[in-house]
Structures are given as C-alpha cells and as structure tokens.
Design a protein around this ligand. Structure first.
Ligand SMILES: Cc1ncc(COP(=O)(O)O)c(C=O)c1O
Length: 396
C-alpha cells in the first residue's frame, strides 16, 4: 500500500523551495505573533497599516445591497465592471482593448495562473527574472510547467536581455515580466521592452513555436516622480496583461483583478472561451459578484501615492545617510537595499533584534539584499530609522 498522505502534486508545488520558504516564514516562524508585539515595526508584506478609506468601504457596502433576484447569481463578469476596467486600461496603456478581452479574476494570482494554463502545455518552460515575486514558481509548477530563472542586472536592476536570450530553449513557451518590479521598484524602460520583444520574436521564429509574454502589472498605477509606465504588452502582440486592484487599493484580501488580452494579439477571439473555461476549472476564479458591482467605483480610487513618494524619499535619504546602499524605486511600495555585511539572513536577524521586521533577499532567491515594504506608516518609518542605524553599526 502507498501510505503517502499527499499527492505528487503537493510534492512538486507546496514543497518548492520559494513556496516553502514563504510558508515557513509566514506560518511557522512565529511571524504572525511577532508582527503584533508591542514595539515591533513591520516592514515585511504589502498589507495595509491603516484603516481603509470611507470611499472604499462605501463602495463595498453599496455593492452588497441586492437590486434584483440575480444579484448574487453566478457571475462570469458584470458588464459595467468590465466596461470600467476596459476604459481605464485604454487610458493607462493607450491601446483600444475590447471588453470581450478583459476577464475579471480573483486578483493577480488567478490572472497569472490562467494565462500560464492558456498557452502552456505540460513540460513547457516559463522564463522569469530573479528576484521574482515569490509565488511564480508555485503557480508555474501547479500548471505542470517548468520554471527557468535568470538574474536581472544587479547594478541597474534592469532585465538582462542577453541572459534571457541565452536561457531560451525550444521548450520555452512563456516569459513573465513584472514592471514596476516587486521587489526592486524598477520600471523597465521602452528600449528594454523593444529589445525584449525582438528577442522573443527571433526565438519564436527560430523555434517554430510562439513564445508568449505574461506581463504582471500589479503595480502599474503605483509610480513616482511623474514616471510614465509603459506596458510590455505595447511592444509584443503575443502578450497577456495581469492586473490586481489589491495593490492600488491596499486591500489584498478583497480579491479582484483581471487578465486582459491586447487588441494586437492575433486570433484573440479564440482565446475568449478558453480563458473562461480555465477560470471555471481552476476553481471559479471570477471575483465575488459584490466585488464586481463595486468595481466602477473602485476604479476611481487609489491610495495616496504622493504620500508614498514622501515615505520612499524619507526612507532612502535616511538609509543612505546611515551608509546603506539603496537605489530609488521608480514605482511599487518596496525598497531593495543591499544587506550590510552581505549576509541577508543574518542582517534580517540583526534588524529583528532591534524590533524591525524585513524580508531577506534569499526569500527572493537573491542573497545579499533585503526588502522593506513602505505600506508601514510615516510614523513607523520615522521610529524605525535609529533602529536601522543600530543594526547597521552592529554589523559594520
Ligand atoms: C508582483 C506581484 N504580482 C502579483 C501579485 C498578486 O497580487 P494579488 O494578491 O492582488 O493577486 C503580487 C502580490 O504581492 C505581486 O507582488
């Protein structure tokens, strides 16, 4: 008898190293208790540190009041919600997206996993750059695909296009790009995206099989200094755009986002029913009906981006003054400084002893760095600065 309590799927997915590291940190290390201890300053995950805005709460409240008997029926995508998302996509990306190509999902997770399954066959390779969002590997493995990783350029935090070109094989089917990037805060410039498109086109021709781009744009409205975000989907027609409202609205527990197929994608009409089928068989990956009704109002809201820019500036200036090496993020709400002394795990522990919680770069498969999340309040940031100085002195 096979006495294994779990499936082979669990072995490959849940025990994959990045997933395991995240699970150990979040669920087993005592973090959930420690983050609430008095005096502890938490800079780990992108959770809200302040109550939601009244406008956000009101939008949700209104959306839960039924207006007819089908209000809470199965809902593949409310027309008004899709129109609002499409209109905003057109404005932000500058391409005439069609409502039929905007598929509402339970956030970025579902949008990315759906895109992977739409074009990936078992054994196909999915290429992405380190440091990554730590759940790419789990989503790729769960889809029966094979993760292939290359590093970004560690000096500029830009994509290393030579490394990407060199890592492409005849099995490469998908390349994931995340801009603005978690955790580096880098927005990839148009020249990089043009060259990336040329690399993917060349390789597709050489392989005789199309490589697709999955553009993970969870942070595409969180940009600073008046930066103009350019979507990778503008540069390469065979692209999927994954968006989540959870970041812009600082409400990651209320699940809504979308997977959009740009109007430049050839044969995109054939994808429409396929995407819906994958969303259903994936376990109903459509947002709750009430979140869909709230969407037209939610589209008009965002957290206070200028305040976040000030938080970024205060933190970067203070860390540099202390002696940290840190680049200025162009978007997102993360900083990715180098770990003083080089050992990111040891340095995260040194900070922990000062009562400051951060994530070591090993969690992003990029040792030697650590991540600070700026969803913490300005008061928390100010309180943390002497502690960042003390940890730096202790190691330095
Ligand atoms: C780069 C990136 N992509 C996707 C996601 C998933 O977003 P959501 O939880 O809103 O689905 C996250 C969340 O942290 C992220 O950082």
């Amino acid at each position: 008898m096979d006495g294994r309590p779990t499936s082979h799927r669990v072995d490959t997915v849940a025990r994959a190293t990045p997933f395991q590291r995240l699970y150990e940190f979040y669920r087993l290390s005592g973090y959930e208790r420690r983050r609430h201890e008095p005096g502890v300053l938490d800079f780990t995950f992108g959770d809200p540190h302040e109550p939601p805005s009244e406008a956000y709460v009101e939008a949700l409240r209104e959306a839960t009041v039924p207006q007819h008997e089908l209000w809470f029926a199965y809902n593949f995508g409310d027309a008004k919600a899709i129109d609002a998302a499409t209109e905003s996509l057109r404005r932000h990306v500058g391409m005439p997206f069609e409502p039929a190509d905007v598929h509402l999902t339970t956030g970025g997770f579902a949008a990315i996993s759906t895109a992977l399954k739409i074009v990936g066959d078992p054994g196909d390779e999915v290429l992405y750059s380190l440091p990554p969002w730590f759940l790419y590997e789990g989503l790729i493995l769960e889809a029966g695909l094979v993760p292939v990783k290359v590093s970004i350029d560690r000096d500029t935090f830009d994509l290393d296009l030579d490394a990407i070109a060199a890592a492409i094989t005849p099995r490469t089917r998908i390349v994931i790009v995340n801009s603005p990037n978690n955790p580096t805060g880098r927005i990839y410039p148009p020249e990089t995206l043009e060259r990336l498109a040329a690399v993917l086109e060349d390789a597709s021709q050489r392989n005789g099989r199309r490589i697709h781009l999955v553009s993970d744009e969870a942070y595409n409205r969180i940009v600073y200094d008046g930066a103009h975000f350019r979507s990778p989907t503008e540069f390469y027609p065979w692209s999927f755009l994954a968006y989540s409202y959870g970041k812009t609205l600082l409400s990651p527990g209320e699940r809504i986002g979308y997977l959009a197929v740009p109007p430049t994608m050839p044969d995109r009409e054939e994808l429409r029913a396929a995407i819906e089928a994958i969303q259903i068989t994936g376990g109903w990956l459509f947002p709750n009906a009430s979140m869909q009704y709230a969407l037209p109002k939610l589209e008009t809201l965002a957290f206070d981006i200028p305040l976040y820019q000030r938080k970024r500036d205060v933190m970067v200036a203070a860390l540099r003054e202390i002696g940290y090496r840190v680049s200025v993020p162009e978007g997102t709400f993360y900083l990715f400084p180098e770990a003083p002394g080089g050992d990111d795990a040891a340095f995260a522990q040194a900070l922990d002893r000062e009562g400051v919680l951060v994530l070591p770069g090993t969690m992003f498969e990029t040792p030697g760095f650590f991540r600070i999340c700026l969803t913490a309040t300005m008061a928390t940031i100010e309180e943390s600065l002497p502690r960042f100085a003390a940890a730096f002195d202790r190691v330095g």
